[in-house]
Structures are given as C-alpha cells and as structure tokens.
Design a binder for this molecule. Structure first.
Ligand SMILES: Nc1ncnc2c1ncn2[C@@H]1O[C@H](COP(=O)(O)OP(=O)(O)OP(=O)(O)O)[C@@H](O)[C@H]1O
Length: 685
C-alpha cells in the first residue's frame, strides 16, 4: 500500500464506504492522512455544577436518586433525569432511548458528558454520554479526533481507517530542509501527521498543527511563485480600448462611480491597453460595487472585438449577474450578445449556447466555472472575470493557450484581508482595492441579542415587511451533518409560518436543493414575491437584492466573524435603512466580545483584524474564518504569523536555489511537484 492506493485498499472499506469518503474529498490513502480532524473531543475532569458554562461540552458526576422519568412528546420518547448538587439543578434528557429508565440505577453514580445549555431558565444537557466513573477515568485527558462527516459516514469509520493507514503505510520521509525546520522550530513531518490525528497531549497537537500549517502555506507560496514565473510577461495579444459604449454606460448608470471605483477602473484600463496581459485582483468590501467594474471591463473587451467571460461560483449568482448586466446594457446604442450558461439548462439549450459562443455571436458569456472552463470553445476570448474561490491558474491558462487564447484575467474578491497578507496570498496578481462604499448607503444598524429577543425580532420583521421590505433569516450550519442542517431550515420555516402574521410569504433555501429550485426561489425573492427567506449560508456570497433590509442570524456564535460580515453584506445594499440581528445562543463572555466587534463596525478590514487580536494565533479550536483558497488546516487570519514565516522562507529558498537543484532540496522538490499535481485538481495552481 502507498499513499496513492485507493481507499478500498484498506481492510473493511468496500465500494460503498469508499463512495462516502469520496463525498468528503478522500479517494486515496494519502488524502485520508491529510483529511485532518475538524476538532477534538477532550475528555476533561468532571466539573461541579457551579462551574458549568453554557455552550461548552462538559462532564459532571451525577448521583441518581430515583428512576428516570419517561414520556411521549409527539413523535419522540423523552427520558429525563434531574440531578442536584448543593442546591443547584441540572436537567438531563435523551430522545428515543426509553431503555435508559431501566439502566440508570437509583443509588448509583455516573459521569454524564454533553453540551451545557440553558433552556427556559434551566441548565440542561441533551443526549449526554453516560459513563461508569472507572471507564471515564481511563478516557481522562485524552483527545479523540472528530472528523468532518457526511450522511452514512461515521466518525468511528474515519478514525479506524486513519489508524489502519498509519499501521500499514511506509510514511514519507522528512522533506523540509533542516535549515528551515531549525529556523522555524518545526516538528518532524511524520510526528506531526500522526499527532494531528491522534494527539497524546495538547502541546503535541500545537506543534503538529504549526508544522502542517507551515507546510501548507509554504508549498502554496512556492507553487505560486513558480506559477508567476510561468505567466509573467505574456505579451498582450488582446489590446482592449474602452470606447463609446463604455462612455454611454457610465453616463447611463443611475449613480456616479465612487472615487475608489474610478481609480480601480483606471488601473484596469491601463492593464488592458498595456504591453503584457492583465493579472489583477480587485479587492472590495461587500457591496462596494465590484460588479459594475467587471462590466466596464467586459464591455470594453466587446467594443474592441473580443469576447469576455464572467465566471461565477454558483448558478444563482451567474443568473443574477446575467440579469443585472442585461439591465445595465439595455438602451445602449450597441447591441451586446449576453449569454448565460448554467448546469440546469437543457442539453439543447446548452448546445445552442455553445454554438453562439463558438461563432462569436455571444459576446459576454456568464456562467458557472465548470461550464465555462471545461466545455466551451470561444471564438476570440479576450478577458476572463472570475472570483477568488476558483483560482484561475496555470492549468486554465494552458488550456486556453492550447486553443490559441491568452486572455486578460480579473479576479474579484470580497475577503477583507490586510494588504500585507494579500500580497503573500495573491503573489501572482497585481492588486487594486475599492476602499470606499457608495455614498448613498446608510450604515447598517446592528444588534446582538439572546434568544429571548426572538418575539420582538419577529414583530420588527413584520413591520419591515409591511413597509414593503424583505428579510433573510440564516439558520445555524451543522457542519458535522448536512442532513440535520436541512432539517433545521425546514423546521424553522414551519415554526416561523405560525409565528409571523399570515399573508407573509416565507420560503427556505439550502445547499442540497436542486439548482432549478434554488434559482426559482432566488428569482422569486429578487422579484419581491417572497418576503422572508430562511436559508443556510448558501446565501453568503454575492447575492444582491437591494430591497432586503433585515438580516437575522440564528446561533451567530457558531459563525466566524468574516463570514458574519459577508452575511450581513446581503443587506444595506440599497437606499433603505438596513438592520442586522445577531441572535446568540451562548452567554459566554468571549462570544459576546467577539460579536460586539461586529456590532461596533461595518468595516470588513477592521473586523478581521480585531477578531485576529482577540482570538490570537494559537486559537486551535476556533471557527475557521474563511473558506477562501480552501486551505485544509491553515487559516490566513489566525495563522497570519505562520503565513508570514512561510513567505520569508520561500523567498530565501528562491534566492538560494530557485530551481531546487541542491541535494538538500530534493525532497522538497518532489513534494512540490506532488503538491502541484494534486493542486491542479484542487486549486488549479
Ligand atoms: N457608485 C455607486 N453608487 C451607488 N450605488 C452603487 C455604486 N456602485 C454600485 N452600486 C450598487 O451597489 C450594489 C452593490 O454592488 P455590487 O453587487 O457590485 O457589490 P459587490 O461589490 O459585488 O458586493 P458583494 O461582494 O457583496 O457581492 C448594487 O445594487 C449596485 O447597483
């Protein structure tokens, strides 16, 4: 067995289980080893009731005075036990486990372990684990890995598979040169890999994590530098001059560009006319008006005889872009062929669209990445506008170059990262920043509240709807189990229908819905036919419905601040006063402090940097701040110092041995090659 062996090479994993692993992105034994735990279960000493903290998983010692109660509640059977300690009470409950009434014996002591919650003023644990004290003793202080799962794939299965892989594999030898390991005080590779899955103690885990985060950033930056060398100075074969249509568009906009938009547009124009091809990142906070900048570039391309493609991460966004672009171009004297290309189109529709793209009749092509990248033959592509989530890298360029195309590339990003980090992460791109919001915006009013505020929030929502506005409600994500997440959204919507005044149209949206259904809901929301949209975070990126003025986020404490900021960015996009209600299910002080940052500021850069200060780089169990670039373990915010170190080491290597020819760099050279090959599928590096 080696790292390239398929998952079925492991004992006990057949085709069916392998298919489940495939769903979480693991096809080979090597990928399994880098499928790092999402978090760890730490079996800490039982605490006294006085030290229970809501929203934390804790253990208590409980003496059973009398047999548990059992009762029916709708579809469920509920077993409850009330524990007492120095006059303080803790209520335990289990769903559909009636047998507990006979197995929890009066007069005996058990350890109960679960998430502490406060419900109707009472301290509770739902579904706590139950241990005999002597069994718990054995688990004490161990850390059990918890992996990201999917329906049907249990944590036990993943854990067992990882153990087996470690037992049977000859692991890679250390590949980082010793001078780097010494300089950065990094743990040995195999130690790190083992310890990240099965840490014996917390210190080991911290060391392991630091090493693997460093590796991830280091390889990324080295690959990026190689990529930059390959793409730099491609001669500009698609010279683009903005002309009459662009002027007309500018004067027909219902607003004037902000100073920042004008500056960035100038930078782009200079690129488009320049001697080398454009590789530019436009960074701008949510709602700063990036779409119109993209459109100006696309229209300039069309005016100069080229096609422009706009690649969106989701079908919903592609549709939205197509619509708003058609609207903005309407009435210009030049007719522009705008083509929308999405997965839910029929085969016939797609064929016809491909034909129009190939003939050049379609001039601005808007679609999802997969469709535009893989299947399309362009007549004369001059510009690609894409987003940061899908790196448009060497492979994409090579594919296009194979078709004789060397287009300009414009990458759009709403991730608020400080410039110093941006330069490292986007080392292959020039950077422009739209650092100003349109002037007509009223700042969003925020509040952080607890669950008891819900009825008031609902009355507020009713008033806004009565005034003609629209509302988003975000349900908590359930990372471990997408099925529960869907249930949450559906359940919440049903309950909400009873709580809000009749006559309000409420619909829900989640990631597992069919594309056509999602489109339908989004279109009806955009058209104002739906007033309240209950959703998972699928709504997070880019949706633009300026009439929506309320964003209510349930269990806000479970989200990263950067993500909450993105979510909040869905409102406050028009002329109406907008509101954001963060409902927190936790009364922990740290949570309050974090959410307070959002309360104080609407500025993405400020929020990201304050969050970083508060959490500190050692925050191991923290919420990942951003899904961008899909780093497996590193987080550009919380691991900013490691990112910086990796960048410095990469620069040194480049100076010392740019082609990695030295003996001591052979391991690294191989690893980098492997990384780039794997990355082609993942990040297109
Ligand atoms: N200069 C401006 N003045 C007033 N309104 C503007 C200006 N530029 C853009 N807008 C409007 O602001 C809204 C948000 O713009 P846009 O959708 O381009 O944001 P964005 O930067 O893409 O944000 P996100 O990252 O959240 O998608 C749109 O309704 C757009 O019409």
């Amino acid at each position: 067995m080696n790292t390239a062996s398929p998952m079925t090479a492991l004992k006990g994993i057949g085709e069916k289980t392998a298919a489940l692993f495939h769903r979480v992105g693991v096809d080979t034994v090597g990928e399994l080893l880098s499928y790092y735990p999402r978090t760890y279960d730490v079996y800490e000493k039982p605490v006294t009731f006085a030290n229970l903290e809501t929203d934390r998983v804790q253990a208590v010692t409980g003496f059973i005075h009398r047999a548990p109660d059992g009762r029916k509640a709708g579809r469920y059977h509920i077993t409850t036990v009330s524990l007492e300690e120095f006059g303080m009470h803790l209520q335990l409950s289990w769903f559909n486990m009636p047998f507990l009434r006979n197995s929890l014996l009066p007069g005996c002591t058990y350890i109960f372990r679960g998430r502490v919650q406060k419900k109707k003023g009472r301290i509770t644990m739902e579904q706590p684990e139950i241990y005999a004290p002597e069994d718990y003793e054995k688990l004490l202080d161990t850390m059990q890995p918890i992996y990201g799962l999917t329906g049907g794939l249990s944590n036990k299965t993943v854990t067992k598979a990882v153990r087996q892989a470690f037992d049977q594999l000859d692991l890679d030898t250390e590949y980082l040169p010793e001078h780097i390991r010494n300089e950065q005080k990094l743990a040995e590779y195999n130690f790190a890999l083992r310890a990240i899955h099965f840490p014996v103690k917390r210190e080991d885990l911290l060391l392991a994590r630091k090493r693997l985060v460093f590796d991830e950033f280091f390889l990324f930056i080295l690959a990026l530098r190689q990529m930059k060398e390959q793409t730099e100075d491609t001669v500009n074969e698609c010279v683009i001059h903005p002309g009459v249509a662009v002027k007309q568009l500018l004067s027909s906009l219902p607003y004037e560009l902000t100073g920042a938009q004008k500056r960035v547009w100038n930078e782009i124009q200079a690129d488009l006319m320049g001697e080398t091809v454009m590789n530019r990142l436009v960074q701008g906070d949510v709602g700063s008006g990036k779409t119109v900048i993209a459109l100006l570039a696309l229209l300039s391309a069309v005016e100069s005889g080229w096609q422009g493609a706009l690649m969106a991460p989701t079908e919903v966004l592609a549709r939205q872009h197509a619509e708003s672009i058609r609207e903005l171009l309407f009435g210009l004297s030049m007719d522009t062929g705008v083509e929308l290309l999405t997965g839910s189109m029929t085969a016939k529709e797609k064929r016809e669209a491909y034909a129009r793209i190939e003939s050049g009749e379609a001039q601005i092509i808007i679609g999802t990445h997969a469709l535009i990248q893989e299947k399309v033959n362009f007549a004369h592509l001059g510009l690609v506008v894409t987003d940061e989530q899908h790196r448009f890298g060497v492979r994409q360029r090579e594919t296009l170059a194979g078709k004789g195309l060397h287009p300009h590339v414009l990458v759009m990003s709403a991730t608020p990262i400080p410039r110093t980090l941006a330069i490292i992460i986007y080392g292959d791109l020039d950077i422009s920043v739209i650092d100003e919001l349109p002037a007509n915006r009223l700042p969003i009013k925020n509040c952080v509240v607890d669950e008891s505020y819900r009825p008031k929030a609902y009355r507020f929502i009713e008033r806004e709807v009565a005034a003609g506005r629209q509302v988003y409600i975000i349900c908590p994500m359930v990372e471990e189990n997408p099925e529960i997440e869907i249930e949450n959204v559906v359940d919440y919507t049903e309950k909400l229908q009873k709580k809000l005044a009749s006559g309000i149209t409420i619909e829900y949206l989640h990631g597992k819905m069919k594309a056509a259904d999602k489109n339908d809901i989004m279109e009806r929301f955009a058209a104002g036919e739906i007033q309240v949209l209950v959703s998972t975070t699928v709504i997070e990126v880019g949706v633009n419905v300026p009439n929506a003025t309320v964003m209510m986020v349930e269990n806000a404490e479970r989200f990263g601040l950067a993500q909450l900021h993105q979510l909040r960015g869905r409102v406050g996009r028009g002329k109406h006063q907008s509101y954001c209600i963060f409902v927190s299910g936790s009364d922990s002080k740290d949570t309050k402090k974090r959410l307070e940052i959002l309360n104080k500021s609407n500025d993405g850069f400020y929020i990201a940097s304050e969050d970083l200060k508060l959490r500190g780089p050692g925050d191991l169990f923290g919420i990942r701040q951003s899904g961008i670039l899909e780093f497996k373990i590193g987080d550009i915010f919380t691991d900013a110092l490691i990112l910086q170190a990796a960048s410095e080491e990469a620069a040194k290597i480049e100076k010392l041995d740019p082609e990695l020819k030295l003996e001591e760099h052979q391991g690294l050279r191989e690893k980098l090659l492997e990384y780039r090959l794997a990355g082609m599928a993942r990040m297109s590096l």
